[in-house]
Design a protein around this ligand. Structure first.
Ligand code: AMP
Ligand code: MG
Length: 404
């Protein structure tokens, strides 16, 4: 079977995964979701000119000549607007966020004033420019400004902006519900001692956590043995209640690699040997119209396969724009020799990144690079991309996919 490039497999997968249905959700449920529609500000923010300081609202022209005594004609707090104007020679006590009264064009901070004991007058000690400490209406957003575009990730700040423009709900793409199924007769959960030949099921908690950490809704589908009927039943029921399904194991060349057999029989699947290490075996296709990702069983491979193929496709289903599907890549400097042998594949080396005094990203190996050595993958925050060849030497530049 010929090796297929990561890019080709990625494109094949993405072509089958479109944005999910649009739902209107309360702001309180929208964190981490992706906006499905444009939102504009119906009115300016701030809605009225208001004070940036506690102090006195004045006419800048009145205090231009140095210390000036003004008559205090009222107080304006944040909240209801009181009927008061600032005439020549007058000032109004004002608090942060309070409406600037008509007639005033600047606010002098309280620290630069000396109010009289009875509060009827105030000495303004410094001149101020017109506009000082006044927040103009619309200087954050003007009426009609676009605050959210389709494909925008709803972060805490963006939810605040939506609240600012009076939105109580927002149209988002429904978060994909992503099922995770482990396969393998050798697998056991925590709780019982291992008997010889058994392996803890580490992929399922890892993949469920990757799904959750990516902002999708994880669905634990449990574990099935290497049994064609069991795998068939599990996948059939999974696609009924999930928007996408991740399986791990059973897609390589072994005698009981039944996942690919089953998926081939009940779905429209393609099975790949990807020109990458780790994460060479990979199956993808639709079962009942639902994308199913047949990830490899080796723990590091399943994580890398998730990063390369599943996460971008699931982000597309979640509504992210095509330019926002992948992890960022940076050019880094290898702090040590990152070795490999030519084999026709791209190698993704688990690395730890650090920012050098020169402001450049530097990387070193995170530890053992076997596809079963989950510890180094767990310690890594990047994957160094080593194209086919002998690797890169200490001090050489290397491309790094940032995992966090
Ligand atoms: P397979 O692709 O099913 O041949 O599995 C490849 C390797 O990954 C074998 O060593 C399996 O024991 C291991 N493996 C498969 N599934 C899991 C899992 N859920 N957790 C940990 N290791 C696994
Ligand atoms: Mg297996």
């Amino acid at each position: 079977m010929t090796l297929v490039s990561v890019e080709e497999v990625r494109a094949f997968v993405l072509a089958a995964c479109g944005p999910g249905p649009v739902v209107e959700v309360p702001l309180a449920e929208a964190l981490g979701a992706v906006a499905a529609a444009e939102v504009r500000a119906p009115e300016p923010v701030p809605a009225f000119p208001n004070s940036a300081m506690d102090g006195f609202a004045v006419r800048a022209g009145d205090v231009a000549g140095g210390p000036t005594t003004l008559r205090v004609v009222g107080t304006q707090l944040a909240g209801p607007v009181v009927p008061v104007e600032v005439g020549p020679g007058e000032a109004v006590r004002i608090m942060t966020g309070a409406a600037v009264p008509p007639g005033a064009d600047a606010v002098v901070m309280i620290e630069r004033t000396a109010p009289s004991a009875d509060g009827t007058s105030v000495v303004v000690e410094v001149p101020v420019e017109p506009g000082t400490a006044v927040r103009r209406a619309g200087d954050d957003l003007r009426a009609g400004d676009v605050v959210v575009t389709p494909g925008t990730l709803l972060t805490p700040g963006r939810l605040g902006v939506l609240a600012n423009v009076g939105a109580s709900s927002v149209a988002v793409h429904r978060r994909p519900r992503v099922g995770v199924l482990s396969t393998g007769d050798e697998l056991v959960d925590a709780g019982a001692p291992l008997v010889p030949g058994q392996v803890r099921d580490s992929n399922r908690p890892t993949l469920l956590a990757l799904v959750a950490a990516s902002g999708f809704a994880p669905v634990d589908l449990g574990r099935v043995g290497d049994d064609e009927a069991a795998v068939t039943t599990a996948v059939r029921s999974a696609v009924e209640r999930c928007d996408a399904v991740l399986t791990s194991g059973g897609v390589s060349m072994g005698d009981v690699d039944l996942v690919k057999v089953v998926l081939d029989r009940i779905g429209d699947m393609r099975w790949f040997q990807v020109a990458v290490k780790p994460a060479k075996p990979f199956a993808f296709g639709l079962v009942g119209g639902v994308p199913v990702f047949g990830l490899p069983g080796n723990p590091v491979s399943s994580m890398v396969s998730f990063e390369l193929f599943a996460r971008p496709a699931l982000r597309r289903m979640a509504g992210f724009r095509d330019g926002d599907l992948d992890r960022p890549r940076v050019r880094a400097v290898a702090d040590e020799h990152l070795r490999r042998r030519p084999d026709g594949k791209v190698h993704l080396v688990r690395v730890v990144t650090a920012w050098g005094a020169d402001g450049r990203c530097r990387v070193r190996s995170a530890g053992g690079q076997g596809s079963h050595q989950l510890s180094a993958m767990a310690a890594a925050d990047g994957l160094a991309v080593l194209s086919d060849g002998e690797g890169v030497g200490a001090g050489d530049e290397v491309e790094v996919l940032l995992l966090s």
